[in-house]
Design a protein around this ligand. Structure first.
Ligand code: SF4
Length: 379
């Protein structure tokens, strides 16, 4: 097997950059095995009021009230772990309680999945009987899982799991086969099977578990459930369009160590025209602000041709002005090319029927630099 260090030497050298270490400090300490991943902390935090087997019969409103109380306890514990010089990681990996914060989250996640309120499309469909706008039923379909060497340097090799289905319908989607055309053609996996996939990736040297698709959001119930069975201490990475509901965000913020969100559009008009998604800006910027408070972050911005003024610049201004710049890295991506519907009908999607020009990419990066955004180590 080829040594990934030969293929991506920057995955080693990137950690010499103090700006990266400062911004990805939590992820780095979990990756090195010095701290427990957040899901392990959630697994050891006890729900005092409930016994195993009782969760099913408690009404949802009460579960959320208990969740709210435990959020505070979790954050205190997490901050304590973050600040501490020496942490007994094995204790977090092995200790179990009767009903944990993670069990509570699992129960809530399955309830959110049907009638479905996992993303802001809020289809409210019974996914045991029907499919939602993401083209999925209640099952989680894994299309592939492997060590990805093409991600941002601090993430390589990334234990990437590609789920079928997506709540967006991007006309230029690069993964349109699994997200839009054959989303349910992958292998349907249980929570235990998904945990096994994660452990295998960890044993092969993955630096993280990269939940992607399509989009991972419609699969939150299985992903959260799987974390009860994962044996490895490995950072959880959320690679998503971030169109989750606030309820779904509340479930995952205490489980994700590093966020890899897309922020593509700078306004709702472009988002609706190119991805058929309403209220994009309000939803995604809201969720990015929440995520930035709960873990490290590399934001991906795909530069679309002819969308510098309407998308790229407002996106960069938002990052600079409304997110903690000293905690966020930005990947300004130049790899857009016409795919899927745009490739088939370039006249209809004239504005994005070509690659972005050198001048557009240069302008995007110059704007980011002017705004004080750190992008060079991950772009
Ligand atoms: S995850 Fe799918 S079914 Fe659920 S609300 Fe979103 S699009 Fe609808």
């Amino acid at each position: 097997m080829v040594d990934w260090r030969m293929v991506r030497p920057d995955a080693v050298t990137v950690w010499r950059d103090k700006r990266v270490v400062k911004r990805l400090g939590w992820y780095y300490s979990v990756m090195k095995g010095e701290k427990p991943a957040k899901f392990l902390i959630a697994r050891t935090l006890e729900v005092p009021q409930l016994r195993r087997g009782e969760l099913h019969s408690v009404e949802e409103e009460r579960l959320w009230r208990i969740h709210e109380k435990l959020e505070k306890a979790f954050m205190e514990e997490w901050f304590k772990v973050k600040e501490s010089d020496r942490v007994n990681v094995e204790k977090y990996r092995k200790d179990r309680v009767e009903v944990s914060f993670l069990d509570l989250k699992r129960e809530l996640a399955w309830r959110l999945a049907s009638p479905c309120r996992l993303c802001e499309r809020r289809c409210m469909v019974n996914r045991y009987e029907r499919i939602g706008a993401c083209r999925l039923d209640i099952k989680t379909y894994v299309h592939s899982a492997f060590l990805h060497l093409g991600e941002e340097a601090p993430l390589v090799p990334s234990g990437t799991i590609f789920y079928g289905g997506c709540n967006f319908t991007c006309v230029y989607c690069q993964n349109y086969d699994i997200s839009q055309v054959y989303p349910r053609a992958g292998k349907a996996v249980s929570e235990v099977e998904l945990a096994y996939i994660q452990d295998v990736l960890a044993s092969k040297g993955a630096r993280n578990i990269n939940h992607v698709g399509g989009d991972p959001t419609p699969n939150i119930h299985t992903i959260v459930g799987s974390l009860n069975y994962v044996e490895s201490n490995i950072p959880q990475l959320w690679n998503s369009n971030m169109y989750l509901t606030l309820e779904a965000m509340k479930i995952i913020v205490h489980l994700i160590d590093i966020w890899l969100p897309d922020l593509k559009y700078g306004n709702n008009r472009c988002a609706f025209r190119l991805s058929a998604v309403p209220r994009y800006w309000e939803v995604v910027t809201r969720n990015l602000k929440i995520a930035a408070e709960h873990g490290d972050m590399i934001i991906r911005h795909l530069v679309l041709p002819n969308h510098l003024e309407c998308c790229t610049k407002p996106v960069l201004r938002f990052i600079a002005e409304e997110l903690p710049k000293d905690r966020v890295l930005v990947n300004i991506m130049d790899q857009y090319r016409p795919m899927h519907l745009v490739a088939r009908n370039p006249r209809r999607w004239k504005d994005i029927a070509r690659r972005p020009s050198y001048r557009e990419i240069h302008e995007a990066r110059k704007t980011a630099t002017r705004l004080g955004i750190v992008w060079e180590p991950v772009s």
